[in-house]
Design a binder for this molecule. Structure first.
Ligand SMILES: [Zn+2]
Length: 511
């Protein structure tokens, strides 16, 4: 009896679900037009955006444009009352940098240069130094032997002697520079000078922003002051690096202490920049606390030293404007009382070209619970035709990546939507485990996948031709194919946002 009652309740519940029958998505999909895609892309990939480097004024202009459009579409802010999720970048540069040895002043960047993970300041004076060969310490070898280097300046050669072997991977190797410096620190050294043929370039230190580490990671950066010195310094003493190397040979030598006044000064001029992911949403109805993400990266690689602009029309202007048009279509549906059941979040991320920074930041600092995020549909390049594609369907395909990972619902829903509405060839070539491109791990969706969120990635396969060249321009885009692909993704999103259940997470992510 009880069982029957339960059944009756279930039937009632399913009736009420069917009452919310999914509305026809076609009138909204059709608003994703070639005209509008072209209009937006001509702005996103214009000279004014200067190639949208992360960070750059051009990137910020692009973000402002997307935000303005979201507002105009009636897309709500995705991060409380803001359309932005900001994150900080930083880069080192030296404001004071001097090295004086034996009364001789050396020139920064041509004779010596700081180690990139330096403490913020150093003001050091020594009367002697201890030379410890290659400064290698592992189970079999200790180049310090029993030398007391506490509070002292240690000097060693970069790299390793000929024939030195270790079975450790690069970063754990005893010859990895960071490990050598850490060993000097463990022995009590106050600072190190590393004799090296090549100095890190000022360019590298000054021009490379990276995401600001989280507080815990920042505290871990407690290296002692370390500098590279080159042959210019060694030659002042009447020797050369190669002479030193050949006199040492392969074996461990006894550390040599030498009396010599050395003064080092360093003050970091750390610079910071703030960039943002642009996030908008169309709020769901009865399942508004579940989320579907649609993503693309709006950054590209900027300009070169000659001032050439890398427009990034396909990469990933095409994805950016497709996400914008999908956002507009969902907002229009909601205005007409046909909004999605789940909340659909439209996120354009920054820093993809630099190393998936924006999506990594989001996945570590999610605005919405990742376990309530049913899927991420990521687009990176859907505006062109793969120049290497040898099949006859070049005008009617898209590569779909990730269909066999994390959820068996992914291909079912995606193929269902495509068969019903767009009939593109969905090419799973890049899901072949033997494919060397490892595309699945190379764009922003991977930061969702590694957190367990099922993802599909849509891509035109353009890795030759104008990929990462100034010639990736708007005039090369095939807008009718791009609109069709964007509509197919829209239909897939529509189904994922409106179906009864979140996507099953029934497959393991394998490398
Ligand atoms: Zn890209």
């Amino acid at each position: 009896m009880g069982k029957n009652l339960l059944l009756a309740v279930c039937t009632l519940a399913s009736v009420s679900v069917h009452a919310q029958k999914t509305a026809d998505p076609q009138p909204f999909a059709k608003t994703i037009t070639t005209t509008d895609l072209k209009k937006h892309l001509s702005i996103i990939a214009s000279a004014e955006m200067e190639g949208r480097d992360t960070p750059s004024p051009g990137l910020e202009k692009a973000a402002a444009y997307i935000e303005t459009q979201f507002k105009a579409f009636g897309v709500q802010p995705g991060n409380k009352d803001s359309y932005r999720q900001f994150f900080d970048l930083e880069k080192d540069s030296a404001s004071t940098l001097s090295l004086n040895m034996g009364g001789m002043a050396f020139t920064a960047w041509s004779d010596f240069a700081p180690w990139i993970q330096m403490p913020q300041t150093a003001d050091l004076k020594f009367n002697e130094y201890v030379f410890v060969g290659y400064g290698i310490v592992d189970e079999k070898r200790d180049d310090y032997k029993n030398a007391d280097v506490k509070g002292k300046l240690v000097i060693f050669l970069a790299g390793q002697p000929d024939g030195f072997k270790t079975d450790k991977p690069r970063r754990q190797s005893p010859v990895f520079t960071a490990n050598k410096i850490a060993n000097a620190k463990n022995k009590g050294a106050a600072a190190v000078l590393i004799i090296s043929d090549q100095l890190p370039s000022q360019q590298m230190l000054n021009n490379s922003y990276r995401p600001k580490p989280a507080v815990a990671a920042q505290e871990e950066n407690n290296s002692i002051p370390a500098f590279f010195i080159n042959d210019n310094v060694i030659k002042k003493d009447g020797h050369s690096i190669s002479e030193i190397k050949s006199s040492i040979g392969r074996e461990t030598i006894d550390p040599v202490t030498r009396q010599l006044p050395v003064a080092i000064q360093y003050v970091s001029g750390k610079k910071t920049a703030t960039v943002s992911n642009v996030v908008g949403l169309v709020e769901g109805s009865d399942k508004k606390n579940e989320y579907l993400f649609v993503t693309a990266h709006y950054d590209h690689v900027g300009m070169d030293e000659k001032g050439n602009i890398y427009y990034g029309a396909d990469d990933d202007g095409s994805g950016t404007v497709s996400v914008m048009k999908m956002a507009e279509a969902f907002a229009k549906a909601k205005k007409e009382g046909k909004g999605p059941r789940r909340t659909v979040v439209f996120m354009l991320v920054a820093g993809e070209e630099k190393g998936l920074w924006g999506s990594e930041y989001y996945s570590e600092n999610p605005i919405f619970p990742l376990d309530k995020t049913t899927a991420d549909l990521n687009i990176d390049m859907i505006g062109r035709i793969d120049t290497e594609r040898m099949t006859a369907d070049t005008q009617n395909y898209v590569y779909v990546v990730g269909h066999n990972k994390l959820s068996t619902d992914l291909p079912r829903i995606n193929e269902g939507a495509n068969n019903k509405y767009t009939k593109l060839v969905l090419d799973y070539k890049f899901d072949d485990p033997n494919d060397p491109n490892r595309i699945y791990y190379r764009s922003d969706h991977y930061n969702f996948a590694r957190k367990g969120v099922p993802v599909l990635f849509f891509y035109d396969g353009m890795l030759k031709a104008d990929y990462h060249q100034p010639t990736d321009t708007v005039d090369k885009i095939n807008f009718s194919l791009m609109a069709k692909r964007a509509q197919m993704i829209f239909y897939t999103a529509w189904e994922m946002a409106n179906r009864n259940d979140m996507l099953k997470r029934d497959l393991k992510l394998t490398q």
